[in-house]
Design a protein around this ligand. Structure first.
Ligand SMILES: [Zn+2]
Length: 280
């Protein structure tokens, strides 16, 4: 759960109201204006900049029965409850394990009493997006991680990480959804897929202002740390969110996009299938 100190660190000092012009498109207004209008907390410097976009990208894989899971079991099912042939309307019944498909992780996922999905402020879910591409090396080494050096290289090319951003790992894994390689499971039951290095999580927590991290794999941690989950514990334990199994990352610029993380508003939910959108 975000402590008052944590919130202060996230939002920083100062406050401005009413700076968003009505002409700014609606979703960008959410990114810039809601926090200022609510008066709940001051906007970050990056959030004070009016934003515009010309393209909308869907970063969401379709969810279907059989979407890959680490243990191979079905974490999503869909059955007909009413049919048009019989009842003259269609309604399905779903069963969902929260962490399937393209989905978000709330702090409660890896804490005793952190924020559940419904408790995350909406202003934390529309943020600048920094995409760190490590895909050139994941083919040869699926156990590789997004390291602090990757962040430094991104910053030397693009400038400092935007205030209050989401750092997204593009490992190329989003291209593998239909491949057995997606889960990374080997014959011995170990998992080989990229993720964030624990030192990177520490760096982003202590030396940068980052709201969330995202991956195109099934886990924020590298596959070989499934069962230990050092990044999940550190990151979600700090009151921040994650998003996993993100799609379509090759279509994004390294910087300049706005991420809209539209997760389920389920009371007490630890995460859930989400619509992830980029405004470019
Ligand atoms: Zn998850």
């Amino acid at each position: 759960m975000c402590s008052p100190l944590c919130l202060k660190a996230l939002y920083g000092p100062g406050s401005r109201r009413g700076f968003v012009k009505k002409s700014v498109m609606a979703a960008a207004a959410v990114a810039c204006g809601v926090r200022a209008a609510s008066g709940a907390a001051a906007p970050t410097p990056a959030a004070q900049q009016p934003r515009n976009f010309t393209n909308i990208l869907d970063l969401t894989h379709p969810l279907y029965e059989g979407f890959p899971t680490f243990d191979g079991s079905k974490w999503f099912t869909k059955e007909k409850k009413y049919t048009f042939a019989k009842e003259k309307l269609n309604i399905n019944t779903w069963t969902v394990v929260e962490h399937t498909g393209t989905h978000m992780d709330a702090p409660l996922h890896f804490t005793a009493d952190g924020h559940s999905v419904d408790e995350i402020p909406i202003t934390d879910l529309v943020v600048p997006l920094a995409v760190v591409d490590i895909s050139p090396r994941t083919q040869a080494n699926p156990d590789t991680a997004l390291t602090p050096d990757d962040i430094k290289q991104w910053e030397s090319a693009n400038g400092p990480l935007p205030e209050g951003c989401c750092v997204m790992m593009n490992s190329g894994w989003h291209r593998l959804l239909d491949s057995p390689r997606y889960t990374g499971r080997d014959d011995a039951g170990k998992y080989h897929c990229p993720g964030f290095h624990g030192e990177t999580a520490h760096m982003l927590l202590t030396e940068r202002n980052v709201k969330g991290i995202g991956v195109d794999t099934l886990s924020l941690d590298i596959g070989m740390e499934t069962g230990q989950f050092p990044v999940h514990y550190a990151w979600l334990g700090s009151g921040r969110w994650g998003v996993e199994a993100v799609a379509n990352l090759d279509a994004l610029p390294a910087k300049g996009a706005i991420l809209v993380l539209a997760g389920p508003k389920v009371r007490g939910g630890t995460g859930g299938p989400s619509r992830v959108i980029a405004l470019v």
